[in-house]
Every structure is written in structure tokens, then in C-alpha cells.
Design a protein around this ligand. Sequence first.
Ligand code: ZN
Length: 261
Amino acid sequence: MKGIRRRLAAAAAVLATLTIGLTGSPAGAAPPTATPAPAVVDNGDVYTVQQLPNGQTRIGLHQHAGNAEALRNSLRAQGKNVLAAGQAPPGQRMGLLACESYGTAVQWCDHAWSYGGFNDPQVYFLDHTPAGFPVTDAVNDWYQAVGIDAYYRWYTAGCPGGGRHCVHVRTYSPGPDEFGVTYWNANAPEGPVDVYLASHMAGTNQARKSTCHELGHALGLGHNSSTNSCMKQGRIAAGWSLRPSSQDFEVLKRIYPRPGT
Ligand SMILES: [Zn+2]
């Protein structure tokens, strides 16, 4: 893989040089300064972007089954607007320095809930899922977080309102290369945020991990590079945690620093 990446990078550099040659300055003008194109790093983030009629931009962060580019291609084949590897969605910075991080855990850059008049943002997960999707267990995991309060509700109980946020958790039927997706509009500290879990995972440990994963996104976390966290991308293997890590909780504390209750 590394060899292929190096060759790709070399090919990109040659292309950049050719482009500069073709569009270069006219004779006599100062030669253009060639800015080397930054190497594209595929960190595994798979984003779709959709313009909504109300003017907002809906960003989908999709959980792949182990191969980010395969999922991007599959989503493109479904007619979705998919960002290339390393490309930032509108209103969102990329990279470790652009947002909160701790150890291997990171924030979903530029995504955080408003406090809504509370000491900690109040997030209610409204569960629409059938049996086999451990939303209660995953909410209980995230309830341990300091700085933000996660609560479980069956969806018929409705959203309590009054500055409290609600995230609807539903199942959907993607291909086998996708486990889940969280939608969070750009620049939207009031939401809406929606979680979808792949129905093909029902009753498996993958469902446990992926439910934890998507709920973590819905609280403001990005991808953890360690297998000791459910925020790691991909298909689980032996020894892979199905739960948040202490570093995920540290990042939540940094995103939501106000002393809470
Ligand atoms: Zn993810």
C-alpha cells in the first residue's frame, strides 16, 4: 500500500509540474512559484455533502466496513455527492491542530452542541430501532462523559424541548460496506443531528460497536485511531473495544469545558 501511495504522490507531483508548465506566466514575467501540493492522507473519513432547500448544508459522516475508498465509490454510484479523501466539508477544518484532541481521540472538527441554558449540553437519543440495536447500552456508555449529558428515550416519548437537543436513531439498509452514518449540518450548534445504523448488523458485536461509534459522532467526536475505542473506523476484530475510551471522554471534556453538574 505504501509503495502505491508513494507512486501516486509522485504521479501527482509530475501532474502539478505539467499544469504549471501549461498555465505558466507569459514571457518576461516572473516565474511562478511552484507550491508543492500537500500529500493527500486518507484518514478514513467518508463524507457526503447535500445542499438543503433551507440554505443549510447537510454533512454525512459515514462509517465504512474497512475500506474508505470502496465506500466512497459505492456512495458515488448511488448518486451522492461524496468528498474525496482528505477534502474538508464546508465549514469544517481538518486535522489534529484544527480541533480538540487528546491522545488518539479527536473532535469532529467544528461540530459541538450549544449549552441551551444548561451547565452541560443535554442530548436525548430518541430510539426508533428494532431489537438487535443496543442503543440503551451505548447511551449508558456515553452517559459517563463529563461535560455533556446523554440520555435515552424511546422515540414515542418525543423531544422534551426547552433547550434540550434530540438525536433520532434509526436503522437503514445500506450495502455491506457501510455500517452507519451521522448527519450534522454545517455550522449547526442546535442540530439537527440524525443517526442511522445499518440493519445488516442486527444482533452482532458490530452493531454494539457501531452504535457506540455513531452516538459518539452525535456528541461531537471524530475518529479515534486506536482499537481501544468504538470511535475507530471499520469492521471489528478480536480485541477491538466496543466502547468509548478514556481519551474519547477527555476530548468531550475539552469540547464542553464548562463545569457541569
Ligand atoms: Zn465514523
